[in-house]
Design a protein around this ligand. Sequence first.
Ligand code: DGP
Length: 111
Amino acid sequence: MDNCIFCKIARREIPAKIVGESELALAFWDVSPRQPLHILVIPKVHYANVAELTLNDESSLVAVMKLASELAVQHADESFRISFNTGEAAGQTVFHAHGHLTSRTPRGELV
Ligand code: DGP
């Protein structure tokens, strides 16, 4: 999608602190973190929300959850959350599916 900010990050057209990547998914630090660990994990292909992603592209969904889980094991101390705000009323502000990986107990030094 031309005007989607997360598609632009996936295409490297705008900068982000990228922390992980696979063939189908990308992870980067949230620009305004709400917990000590706050990483966003997105499918590289555009879907408006997690339901669209799940119903249309199981491979990308698995890639997102796998990358989020790998980063959780790497960066969180066994306690973490992976959440997907869906729809404006639920707090979604960027309409490209993204999981928030958050933790109050990050492990080691975060970069
Ligand atoms: P949500 O409210 O669930 O749609 O979450 C959107 C998140 O995306 C919010 O925590 C802030 C973050 N965000 C918005 N724009 C950018 C950006 O350009 N770069 C990065 N790294 N994060 C962004």
